[in-house]
Design a protein around this ligand. Structure first.
Ligand SMILES: [Cu+2]
Length: 146
């Protein structure tokens, strides 16, 4: 008789999925009523998608809209104390400027560099969002008695 449980416990996606390195980066807004992204310029090493989290740490609503090279933006206005996540697919290494369209002069830049090592990347075999991997690994380890 076939071990039917094996199919249920297989947490990973199909073996044919192409592993992609997703690089995570977090941008915040300056606290209080300061109109600034922090950091205003951030660099990631990525050969694939970039998961960018915008966390609004200020007391004012903001958004984050790329203005060149990438068509991406927060889904809506990000209220104080909340976050939004953008999955970016930079077409090439380069500098990608973004702004808050609510506040004149509130701007930042995401710099994408080619990956030179795998240290900053997390291999995610076709899965999204990124975080659940450790839990899945723990379950697999427990199942295997490790
Ligand atoms: Cu703003």
């Amino acid at each position: 008789m076939a071990p039917l449980l094996a199919g249920c416990l297989a947490a990973g996606p199909a073996a044919t999925a192409t592993p992609q390195a997703v690089v995570s980066v977090t941008i915040t807004s300056a606290p209080g009523e300061t109109l600034a992204f922090e950091p205003a310029e951030t660099t990631v090493q990525a050969a694939g998608p970039v998961a960018m989290t915008f966390r609004n740490d200020s007391s004012l609503p903001h958004n984050l809209v790329f203005t060149a090279g990438l068509i991406a933006a927060t889904r809506t206005v990000v209220e104080p104390g909340t976050t939004d996540q953008l999955l970016l697919v930079p077409p090439a290494p380069g500098a990608y400027p973004f702004v808050c369209t609510i506040h004149d002069g509130m701007a930042g830049t995401l710099i994408v560099r080619e990956t030179v090592s795998s240290e900053n990347t997390v291999a995610v075999p076709g899965a999204w969002p990124v975080p659940a991997r450790n839990a899945a690994q723990s379950m697999a380890a427990a199942f295997l008695g490790e």
